[in-house]
Design a protein around this ligand. Structure first.
Ligand SMILES: Cc1ncc(COP(=O)(O)O)c(C=O)c1O
Length: 442
């Protein structure tokens, strides 16, 4: 088989691929056949190093036998159990295990099946909490430009990436956005957190002045926006956001769907930044990407605020058939065991310096206009071609794939975050393939 050739038995028309240029893809498909450790193998038998942990989710690397075994055991023992007015022990065990590593106080866990569901869950909890607290006028939800919070109507509405919004005219009413923090003029090539821009958090004050604090339920941000191309927050920004939310009685939600489970060298970004939100959304790494699962973490204040009784009252009319699915719980517990036994939730801290220095070696290559890093996340941004934003980034992504590196492209930014089992030699390999691709594409 030659490069990009697909098995001739495979019919590729029916699968409507998500977030993909279907037409373009199907004319030259990129297909993975298997994966182990740090690498994928393509259908044409080539090894491709995984620079983005699948979709930021295979934090412990691919092909983990312990997770596969736990899933098989669970399927044979209890394949499904309802979590509406019924339960099964694994759900409680999994929630307890998550609470153990959660940022202080965020130890009430609501299970979902994806990041998008976690976001909509957190937004609904925020609204219900404000209402229960006697603040029923607090119905506004505030997101941030360039934010990505999944694809449900809630997440889309608070999200701030235009392509994810413009085709779908109906958004939630009463949503507004604070400004993003991406500032190439002041912060290009910052190592770790940028110096400039903490004051952008004050944009909350602008919306408070415009709408009235008494109408705002929650502010949601990714601590480090990932899908928009890895945008580390300016020093002090998240602290300031927390202070302003406290000042105005607004709940703060961190979307940690990407940053959760060790990506920054701490279990969650909240711990990395020393800022604790009221609600936190997760998914992806929660099961090492193996079985769909997500969770919204709530503070005691939020949870207790809704547990007002009477005893027979369902406190939150919300949930999914597959909330706390036994197989997801089994996969999740096995994943947490691996994270604990191999120290993966903090391993990124010892690699972050090497990662930073390796990425910044690409600084002088053609068209590189920014390099960003924090923890084990990083991005290289290229200058857009005239009237063809994203084209250069796409070509570099394809060239990388052809030469043995998988990474995520966001416009003209190439975003990376390898599995937390990564070694220095993998980082060298990844950066060298990317550098060569940037030179080739120019
Ligand atoms: C920060 C963030 N929130 C939410 C989501 C949506 O997660 P899912 O695709 O599992 O619905 C993503 C997915 O990339 C994400 O990066």
């Amino acid at each position: 088989m030659t490069l990009h050739q697909i098995p001739n038995t495979l019919q590729i028309d029916s699968f409507w691929m998500p977030f993909t240029a279907n037409w373009q893809f199907k004319s030259a498909p990129r297909l993975f056949e298997s994966a182990q450790g740090m690498h994928y193998t393509t259908v044409d038998g080539r090894k491709v190093i995984d620079g983005s942990s699948g979709l930021w989710c295979t934090n412990a690397g691919h092909g983990r036998r312990e997770i596969a075994a736990a899933v098989e055991r669970q399927l044979m023992n209890l394949d499904f159990a309802p979590s509406f007015q019924m339960g099964h022990p694994l759900a409680f065990e999994f929630a307890n295990r998550l609470a153990e590593i959660a940022p202080t106080g965020l130890d009430r866990i609501f299970f979902t099946n994806s990041g998008s569901e976690s976001i909509d869950t957190a937004l609904k909890i925020a609204l219900a909490y404000q209402r229960a607290a006697g603040q029923a006028a607090r119905t506004r939800l505030i997101g941030r430009e360039r934010g990505y919070h999944g694809v449900g109507f809630g997440g889309m509405s608070v999200g701030g990436m235009v392509n994810n919004r413009r085709a779908f005219a109906t958004h939630l009413p009463g949503v507004d956005h604070i400004r993003h923090t991406h500032d190439l003029a002041r912060n290009a090539f910052s190592k770790d957190l940028p110096e400039h821009g903490a004051e952008l958090a004050d944009d909350v004050e602008r919306l408070v002045a415009l709408h009235g604090a008494e109408t705002i339920a929650a502010v949601i941000v990714e601590p480090v926006p990932g899908s928009a191309g890895v945008l580390p927050p300016p020093k002090g920004y998240l602290q300031r956001l927390r202070q302003l939310c406290d000042k105005h009685g607004i709940l703060l939600i961190f979307d940690e769907v990407i940053t959760g489970f060790g990506r920054l060298g701490t279990p969650f970004a909240a711990q990395y930044f020393g800022v604790t939100p009221d609600l936190m959304t997760t998914a992806k790494g929660i099961t090492n990407g193996t079985v769909p699962c997500g969770a919204a973490f709530a503070s005691r204040k939020v949870y207790d605020g809704l547990m007002t009784g009477p005893e027979s009252q369902i406190e939150l009319f919300h949930g999914y058939t597959y909330s706390a699915h036994p197989v997801a719980c089994a996969a999740g517990i096995a994943t947490l065991d691996i994270y604990r036994d191999e120290g993966l939730l903090t391993r990124g801290a010892s690699l972050a310096g090497y990662w930073r220095d390796a990425l910044h070696q690409l600084k002088d290559l053609p068209n590189v206009i920014d390099i960003r890093n924090v923890g084990l996340m990083g991005a290289v941004e290229l200058a857009p071609r005239k009237d063809a934003a994203g084209e250069r980034g796409y070509e570099v992504m394809v060239d990388c794939f052809t030469h043995g590196l998988y990474l995520r492209q966001s416009g003209d930014a190439l975003a990376m975050s390898p599995p937390l089992i990564v070694e220095h030699s993998h980082i060298d390999e990844l950066v060298s393939i990317l550098g060569d691709a940037i030179k080739r594409v120019a």
